[in-house]
Design a protein around this ligand. Structure first.
Ligand SMILES: Nc1ncnc2c1ncn2[C@@H]1O[C@H](COP(=O)(O)OP(=O)(O)OP(=O)(O)O)[C@@H](O)[C@H]1O
Ligand SMILES: [Mg+2]
Length: 262
């Protein structure tokens, strides 16, 4: 298979990326928000992210497009089965268990929708998130942090002076608390999913976030989020993690879970 303008054969993997980007660009055109890609940014395990520019205004955005499930790890499969909203649907449950096409499509779809849902829900309550500009079938057009030349670094790539640590820890704990007050646990909160831009943190990457009504993993994930955040600041104090998590869990009482695991 050939990509336009190239005489070299390319792998199906590369074709997939180009196809998914093209699909997203067409969808943005249909949704009256045409953009042109400038370059690919650092890609994560789950998605490709491009720096794009609006045709008319030259405004910059981040275009996030998810990898196909075949190319992503299927690590979340078991957790989907544990989650309540899947538990109610026997057919889907069986499909996910066997890993067939329907099950994979369901996971892919919910994965994308969840990021939209959580970003929208939190948008009016915190400025430490990217704005969801346009939700897409397989991704999202997001507010971009960075310049034309350089995307904002992740916190994991930045060494901050110690004088900033305490203030930043408090701000990040407040974000975790705000999510929980909204019935959300990020589930992958760490210096790898926090950008550092103009002296403030921006938390990204929400598709794995959970709604506290649907999962019994809330205490575990909440503790992991706090622990991972602390580890960036070289704080390894499990009793403090436990104490903070327990206090938060007590303040925001979780609904009773009434379902059985497989
Ligand atoms: N809004 C944004 N502005 C600037 N850069 C961004 C933005 N969103 C994502 N990025 C860049 O793209 C990378 C991948 O984004 P993201 O973490 O959302 O994807 P992912 O594939 O789900 O990641 P992971 O590997 O954590 O699963 C980020 O680490 C960051 O460098
Ligand atoms: Mg990420």
């Amino acid at each position: 298979m050939l990509v336009t303008g190239s005489t070299e054969p390319v792998t199906s993997f590369y074709c997939f990326i180009v196809n998914e980007l093209e699909k997203a660009l067409l969808e943005l055109e249909r949704k009256k928000k045409p953009v042109v890609p400038i370059r690919q940014l650092q890609s994560g395990k789950e998605a490709y992210v491009w720096l794009v520019e609006a045709n008319k205004t030259n405004e910059l955005f981040a275009l996030k497009v998810y990898r196909d499930l075949e190319m992503r790890s299927f690590r979340t499969q078991r957790h989907y089965l544990e989650d309540r909203y899947v538990g109610a649907q026997d057919k889907i449950r069986r499909a996910i268990k066997t890993g067939n096409k329907i099950g994979r499509a369901f996971i892919q779809h919910t994965w994308v929708m969840r990021e939209h849902y959580f970003l929208k829900k939190l948008a009016s309550q915190t400025e430490y998130l990217p704005k969801l500009i346009v939700p897409l079938e397989n991704g999202a057009l997001l507010e971009y942090f960075g310049t034309q030349e350089q995307a904002a670094p992740r916190l994991s790539d930045v060494s901050l002076p110690k004088s900033l640590h305490q203030q930043l820890i408090e701000l990040l704990l407040l974000q975790i608390e705000l999510y929980l007050a909204n019935g959300i646990v990020h589930g992958d909160f760490s210096a790898f999913n926090i950008l550092w831009w103009e002296g403030r943190p921006i938390v990204i990457d929400f598709p794995q976030a959970i709604d506290v009504r649907e999962s019994k993993r809330v205490p575990t994930l909440l503790k992991r989020d706090i622990r991972n955040m602390f580890s960036y600041f070289r704080i390894r104090d499990e009793s403090m993690v436990e104490q903070i998590a327990n206090e938060l869990l007590e303040s925001y009482s979780l609904p009773t879970m009434e379902y059985t695991l497989l």
